[in-house]
Design a protein around this ligand. Structure first.
Ligand SMILES: [Zn+2]
Ligand SMILES: [Zn+2]
Length: 70
């Protein structure tokens, strides 16, 4: 019997946080994840759990990157 190879714990620290109020996405940091840093747009609180991380990643893929702004 082989051990399962799914070891994704190390990837969790490199993701996104999602503002619970306006849906703004920012890169994951411990401060944002632990709600010590508020959303720069609305002052709301970020969540960096697995579900929000995944939502944020999808949002980023369908979002116009900041550098493309006029
Ligand atoms: Zn916000
Ligand atoms: Zn969450």
């Amino acid at each position: 019997m082989k051990q399962p190879v799914a070891d994704i714990a190390t990837e969790a620290a490199d993701g996104y946080v999602l503002c619970q109020d306006c849906g703004h996405v920012e890169p994951w940091t411990a401060d944002r994840h632990q709600e010590r840093e508020a959303c720069s747009r609305c002052g709301g609180q970020f969540c960096g759990c697995d579900a929000c991380n995944e939502l944020a990643r999808l949002a980023v893929q369908f979002q116009t990157p900041d550098e493309v702004k006029p």
